[in-house]
Design a protein around this ligand. Structure first.
Ligand code: SF4
Length: 373
């Protein structure tokens, strides 16, 4: 069943590693919310009237929305789209925004899942990343959210940072376990081009990511999560049984979705489109009653490559029967390409299904790329 994604393109400050689309000027936040409402109106038929199963507020920083803005967005969603009786509604929030007042607003809203950008519980890591919150806020916001009644909480953590020692990474995970949350999204620090981190690395002010340390911390993570009963259901996602992110899982399983807001992507099964990643131009075009986006019709090769890349990263794996059902059958190519990884123990074959082994998870992108047509 399809999902709806809303991109809130504002942040208080730029994290050094981030290459998402956002602006640190909040001047046009009110206008942008109005534009989101207009875009929903324009795109109301994109999913062909299908019922929404999930709604996801991402960004940027959705927790910069006021209670009134959030209410207007929900009113518009429920006015324009059919929604299942118990949708999963995820809201990304940063710890420094989760004041008691904001948590109360969220608790009274239809939001039923919080995704909190903790990244680390260490002050040194947070300063290195230029996060807007402190280590203390990282823990207090979790307590506050729990006390307000939010049980369905996931957090993001980053490993592999030059400031994150193995001991600190263990400590971050121990603090996570202390809250007994149902879900964790851990990411390896990546140096994306045109970010401040990229600039610092090129200038020699910061060392490049130590791949060996990152792999060691990832292996520790897999062991620690498995020991506490979490399923490694996607390379960067762990959940207690039955507590997967429904929204993200539907992306990986190829379900259609509508993305609203600057830089948001949409997918209807045949085409993929992405909105202009510029707040001023997004506002301008919507004020003229139109939407600026680029569109790509997926070729059979695109579909195959996307399927291999996303499915191999999940615990459900890559299914030969699905490859054979695609508009062009690349199963012979796939079998020839994946064979050596099976032989080397990086991929496990069970009948028609291919999944990554523990070793394979360390080189997931490489394996997928080697299978592309
Ligand atoms: S990581 Fe999140 S809070 Fe930081 S700049 Fe990127 S979108 Fe904004």
């Amino acid at each position: 069943m399809p999902g709806l994604y809303l991109h809130i393109p504002f942040c208080k400050q730029a994290c050094h590693y981030c290459n998402f689309h956002f602006s640190t000027s909040l001047k046009y936040k009110g206008e942008l919310v109005q534009a989101l409402l207009r875009e929903m109106e324009l795109q109301r038929d994109y999913l062909g009237g299908a019922t929404l199963n999930t709604i996801y507020f991402g960004g940027g920083t959705p927790s910069l929305l006021s209670g009134d803005e959030l209410q207007m967005i929900f009113d518009q969603i429920y006015r324009l789209f059919p929604v299942v009786a118990e949708p999963e509604i995820t809201f990304e929030a940063n710890p420094d925004d989760l004041t008691q007042e904001k948590v109360d607003i969220l608790q009274k809203s239809p939001v039923n899942r919080l995704s909190i950008g903790i990244q680390s519980f260490s002050e040194e890591d947070l300063r290195f990343m230029n996060r807007a919150h402190s280590a203390e806020e990282a823990t207090t916001c979790l307590k506050r959210a729990r006390d307000a009644g939010f049980e369905n909480i996931t957090i993001d953590l980053i490993y592999g940072s030059p400031t994150t020692s193995d001991a600190q990474w263990t400590n971050n995970l121990d603090l996570f376990f202390g809250f007994d949350l149902p879900h964790l999204s851990p990411y390896c620090l990546t140096v994306e081009s045109k970010t401040a981190l990229d600039h610092f690395v090129k200038k020699g002010k910061v060392p490049p990511v130590d791949e060996e340390k990152a792999s060691r911390q990832f292996e520790y993570l897999m062991d620690a999560m498995a020991a506490r009963g979490y399923e490694h259901y996607e390379i960067s996602n762990f959940a207690k049984p039955g507590r997967h992110s429904k929204h993200n899982s539907s992306y990986w399983l190829g379900e259609p979705y509508l993305g609203i807001g600057p830089a948001a992507h949409s997918f209807n099964g045949d085409t993929r489109q992405w909105n202009i990643a510029n707040n001023a131009r997004y506002l301008q075009t919507l004020s003229e009653g139109r939407l600026a986006f680029e569109l790509e019709t997926l070729t059979p090769a695109n579909r195959f490559n996307e399927y291999v890349m996303t499915s191999l990263r999940t615990q459900w794996g890559c299914n030969l029967a699905h490859i054979q059902s695609l508009p062009e059958d690349f199963s012979n190519h796939f079998l020839a390409s994946i064979q050596r990884f099976v032989a080397e123990g990086q991929v496990v074959r069970q009948g028609d299904v291919f999944t990554l082994s523990r070793q394979g998870k360390l080189v997931a992108d490489h394996i997928a790329a080697e299978c592309f047509v």
